[in-house]
Design a protein. Structure first.
Length: 202
């Protein structure tokens, strides 16, 4: 999947409502009842304890592989887990890995924590795309991949959450995003560790 189409850095920042309208999700009356979403928001807004071990439960739908485990012990990144995640998040087209930015792991962890604190338990995150080689990125240019995609630097992931729809995904992803955030009608979001910006694509 391609995902990293950047919005103009100098343009006006669209509102969250504009994103939701653009994606067509607010027109679905049963997508997420307002009281349920408000309750989830109150629970998920609680401060995350970054001093505790950080675990991930990831699935790659392209390779059918799982990665489950602790990648950070609360004080430092675990080297073995980092190595395993580098391979798990490889360019599956070319079978090539890179040194992923650990901050990308934290984005997925924070996303999972939002779901957990909202009462959804320990969710599984689908990783549709992570590292891309220049060759793969070039092949995806016709589909909208950015020339200087942060996927090339191991700084971006395209994700969805198993068993939960786009409305909750957008809601929680927006809350934890610290860099680029892209919403996609196909049902996934782009998260990266670059500068703050966001966009949506139908």
């Amino acid at each position: 999947m391609r995902s990293d189409r950047p919005a103009s850095d100098g343009g006006p920042r669209p509102s969250r409502r504009a994103f939701l309208l653009g994606l067509g999700v607010v027109t679905v009356p049963l997508a997420a009842p307002a009281p349920l979403l408000r309750a989830a928001t109150r629970q998920a807004a609680k401060k995350v304890d970054t001093s505790a071990p950080r675990a991930l439960k990831l699935y790659n739908p392209n390779t059918k592989e799982w990665w489950k485990g602790v990648y950070h012990d609360g004080t430092k990144l675990l080297t073995r887990a980092h190595d395993e995640l580098n391979w798990f998040l490889r360019d599956h087209h070319e079978g090539v890995q890179t040194g992923m930015d650990p901050a990308a792991f934290d984005l997925m962890w924070r996303l999972a924590e939002r779901y957990r604190r909202a009462g959804h338990g320990r969710v599984a995150i689908n990783v549709h795309s992570a590292y891309r080689t220049p060759m793969t990125n070039e092949k995806l240019r016709s589909e909208g991949a950015a020339l200087n995609s942060l996927h090339l630097q191991g700084m971006a992931v395209d994700v969805s959450v198993q068993s939960y729809g786009i409305y909750f995904l957008i809601h929680h992803a927006e809350a934890i995003a610290s860099g680029g955030l892209g919403f996609y009608r196909a049902g996934f979001v782009h998260l990266d560790t670059g500068k703050r910006r966001y966009w949506f694509r139908r």
